[in-house]
Design a binder for this molecule. Structure first.
Ligand SMILES: C[S@@+](CC[C@H](N)C(=O)[O-])C[C@H]1O[C@@H](n2cnc3c(N)ncnc32)[C@H](O)[C@@H]1O
Length: 255
């Protein structure tokens, strides 16, 4: 009876985008494709992040974390830590390395992270976090919700590992809602950036990552679906803040 009740209450699955067969043959191959892609492009990732944001990416992450309430003494989990750009922002705000854990499925990204930041690292998926309940004061995920299997499961895991009144921040790029904005962003992300990446890195894998990045942004479920999934996973005070119309900050708190 209790099991049946729990099942009925479980939030329904929310896939962040349709299967992108131009990149992988079927949904079952998506996670492997994504992990391989990041493994191979890891050495160029920080350059690409900077190029995508015209050099504002590090400062932006720091500001977003500060405004979301990250303060020294908090235990922080950086899901999808990658090369550690969000972790670096948390360190700059006074989070002690012993209070900061970065998690990512890509060994290539984790290796780059290890070279630079000296924080605790774990290999794993956001949808099945290898941590105890209520272990963190703050959970952050930067630019990775497009890569998970199920957003409802992801947010349920975030909620589980947060203590009461703990907070979540999810940074994401959102496709512009206006036609002109979409066309402009597509021109940069699909036309110009792959070209610049090829010239600067000379790595096919890094060009492929930029192409995939745009495809997932263009196909991602809308912000309203993400906010609904956060509420469905138990978060309160859920909101989306935006900057330059395309930078989304999703926030929520555990009651
Ligand atoms: C665009 S990078 C973002 C890295 C970093 N958060 C930042 O702000 O620069 C996306 C990261 O998500 C990771 N990732 C992919 N699938 C994931 C999953 N299911 N759970 C957690 N991380 C995942 C990738 O390996 C990659 O390191």
């Amino acid at each position: 009876m209790i099991a049946a009740q729990k099942q009925a209450e479980a939030p329904s699955k929310l896939v962040p985008h349709r299967t992108l067969t131009a990149f992988y043959p079927a949904a079952a191959q998506r996670a492997r494709f994504v992990a391989d892609l990041f493994d191979r492009a890891a050495r160029d990732y920080d350059w690409m992040s900077s190029a995508m944001s015209f050099g504002t990416d590090r400062q932006y992450r720091r500001r977003a974390l500060r405004q979301a309430g990250v303060t020294p003494g908090m235990r922080v989990l950086d899901v999808a830590t990658g090369t550690g750009l969000v972790a670096q922002a948390a360190l700059a705000l006074g989070i002690a390395p012993r209070h900061l854990i970065g998690l990512d499925p890509s060994l290539g990204m984790l290796e780059e992270n290890q070279k630079l930041h000296g924080i605790q690292l774990a290999q794993g998926l956001g949808e099945s976090l290898p941590f105890q309940d209520a272990a963190f004061d703050f959970v952050v995920m930067g630019y990775a919700l497009r890569h998970v299997e199920d957003l409802s499961q992801l947010f349920t895991e975030f909620h589980r590992v947060l203590r009461a009144r703990g907070r979540v921040l999810i940074l994401e790029i959102t496709r512009p809602s206006s036609r002109a904005g979409f066309a402009l962003m597509r021109f940069y992300m699909q036309g110009l950036l792959p070209l610049l990446t090829r010239l600067a890195t000379r790595h096919d894998d890094s060009v492929r990552l930029v192409e995939y990045y745009w495809a997932t942004i263009a196909e991602c479920v809308p912000p309203a679906a993400i906010l609904t999934a956060l509420c469905g996973s138990g978060f309160k005070s859920v909101e989306r803040r935006t900057r330059a119309r395309i930078l989304s900050e999703y926030l929520g708190a555990k009651s």
